[in-house]
Each structure stands twice: as C-alpha cells, then as structure tokens.
Design a protein around this ligand. Structure first.
Ligand SMILES: *[C@@H]1O[C@H](CO)[C@@H](O)[C@H](O)[C@H]1NC(C)=O
Length: 170
C-alpha cells in the first residue's frame, strides 16, 4: 500500500514537473528562470513596435507584456506608453483600474489634472514642461491637454503590467 502511494506521488510529481516545463507559468517558475529564457533584445522596449491607437488628436504607442515579455517578470511588472498629443488638443480622459501611472513630459506644454476620490473630489492641476513628471494614482480619473502651439509628447511608465484603461467624461 505504502509502495502504491509512493508510486502515485512520484507519478504526480513527474507530471507536475513536466507540465511546469512545457507550460511557462509565473506561478511555477522563478523570476530568474523566466528572465534567463529571454534574449538580450527582449529587454529593448520600443513602444512604436507595440499596439498603436491613432486619431486626429493623438497617437498612442503601447509596449505591454503581450509584445514585450520582459515587462511581465514578477519582479518587473511594468507597461510603457509613448503618447503624442497634437497642439491644442486634449487626450482622452480616463483612469487605470489596476495601476499607477508616472507621466514624463518630453516635448510641448501640458495641462494635467486628476481627481481625488470622494463625493466632492479635489482637482489637482499642474502645467508640465519637458523634464517634468507627474503621477496619476491608481483608479483616479485624469486629463491631459496639450496647451502649446507645438505638438506634445510624453512617456508614461506604469507600476504594473496590466493597468487597464477606462474612459471617463469629465
Ligand atoms: C480639473 O479642472 C480643470 C479646469 O476646470 C478641468 O479642465 C479638468 O478637466 C479637471 N480635471 C479632472 C480630472 O476632472
């Protein structure tokens, strides 16, 4: 009986091991193991090679874990977005249900704002110039408008691989 249980345990262990080897899963692999499976070039993150969302007011380039696996390591967890907003135009107001955004202004002049939570939320507004950064805390609605006569460019980095995006009317 003991022998059968031992054999069953061994078979199960072998099966789990094999499954872990054939199906890469963050639950079953160490961060170092996942990282060692990546090429050097996987660590070159260029949002222009990711998802592109484009209209007459803005162009968004998103580097996410689906296209850049290096962003998904359990010790990394990030997303990068490069956004061009045309002169004088607003970017789509929205919030990220699962992540905080750090926006880094690269060109042009922006007006950025976000709302605190609560029934009568405070509106935090700033003017950003190249070299300035700001943060939009997780889940809080934010608005970004390019107020310069030249196009605006910013690069945002998220503290999670899957921040999500929900548009809002402000
Ligand atoms: C904050 O107030 C400004 C000026 O009224 C407005 O343009 C902006 O949309 C507001 N921001 C948010 C996130 O509601």
């Amino acid at each position: 009986m003991k022998c059968i249980i031992a054999l069953a345990a061994l078979t199960l262990a072998a099966f789990v091991n094999q499954a872990a080897a054939s199906i890469p899963s963050f639950g079953l692999q160490t961060a170092a193991a996942i990282r060692s499976g990546l090429q050097d070039s996987d660590f070159r993150i260029n949002p222009s090679k990711g998802q592109i969302i484009k209209n007459e007011k803005f162009v968004v380039q998103i580097a996410n874990v689906a296209d850049f696996p290096a962003l998904g390591g359990q010790d990394v967890q990030s997303q990068v977005a490069r956004v061009l907003v045309r002169a004088g135009q607003p970017f789509l107001p929205h919030y990220h249900p699962r992540g905080t955004e750090t926006l880094n202004a690269l060109a042009g002049v922006f007006r950025v704002s976000f709302l605190f939570e609560g029934l009568n939320p405070r509106n935090v507004t700033n003017i950003l110039r190249p070299g300035d950064s700001t943060v939009f805390p997780q889940g809080l609605p934010h608005a970004t408008t390019c107020i310069s006569k030249t196009d605006c460019l910013f690069l945002s980095v998220f503290n999670t691989a899957d921040p999500g995006l929900v548009p809002v009317n402000l």
